[in-house]
Write a protein that binds this ligand. Structure first.
Ligand code: ATP
Ligand code: MG
Length: 201
């Protein structure tokens, strides 16, 4: 009985200490500005995370824009939903897929979709811009790295950016405020389970 009281007391003290820590951190965070988030790594969940953030943004009545740097499936679920909520999509229609053979064609396609991305990144009406799979464009030198970094760095102060894709280059990670590395522990595909509509796209 006495022991149980002790445990309760200890738990209470621990919780109190934790609360003080969190409160202090909350009090310390005083800067109001848009953030740059990089979600990279080999595990599943990067684009899902980016689109989740777009949903949050739109749910609060803010404007968001999406740029997809990989030739996407036409019936991407997020696109069908978000376009109904006036979220503009710039999609790489031709060119780069996962196993491309046509470098010149890929670069042209990348540059064309990047032109649209630049417009979003310069427009303060967008609270959030998702640059889905942008990492590959820098990894493969399809876009000018400095130009991309500058456009992100010089975006409107209140605009946030989410960059997704595997293998984010060092400069993207350095520029970011938040970097998450999604680690693969297992993936259904490796057990022979097909990618699923409504789950994987
Ligand atoms: P998601 O779009 O599901 O969040 P992702 O953006 O983290 O995935 P990508 O590298 O962009 O991952 O992969 C695109 C597609 O490959 C998606 O259909 C995704 O479900 C699938 N996928 C993601 N990670 C893996 C993995 N480790 N092995 C096999 N397939 C994967
Ligand atoms: Mg992805």
């Amino acid at each position: 009985m006495g022991k149980t009281m002790d445990e309760q007391e200890r738990h209470k003290r621990k919780a109190q200490k934790q609360k003080e820590k969190v409160d202090a951190n909350v009090a310390r965070a005083q800067i109001e500005k848009g953030v740059m988030i990089v979600v990279t790594g080999n595990g599943k969940g990067k684009s899902t995370s980016g689109f989740g953030t777009v949903a949050r943004c739109v749910g609060h009545g803010y404007k968001a824009a999406v740029v997809q740097f990989i030739k996407g499936k036409w019936d991407c679920g997020e696109r069908s939903l978000l376009e109904q909520h006036d979220v503009p999509f710039a999609v790489m229609g031709t060119g780069f897929t996962w196993n491309t053979q046509d470098r010149a064609g890929d670069i042209a396609a990348a540059e064309s979709v990047w032109e649209q991305a630049k417009k979003f990144l310069a427009d303060p009406q967008y609270h959030l811009v998702l640059l889905d799979e942008l990492t590959y464009m820098l990894g493969y030198d399809y876009l000018d790295k400095q130009e991309v970094l500058d456009a992100i760095k010089n975006r409107p102060e209140n605009q946030s950016v989410v960059v997704t894709g595997r293998g984010a280059v060092r400069e993207l990670r350095e520029l970011a405020d938040t970097v998450s590395e999604v680690k693969e522990e297992k993936h259904a595909f490796k057990a022979g389970i097909k990618a699923r509509k409504g789950v994987d796209w």
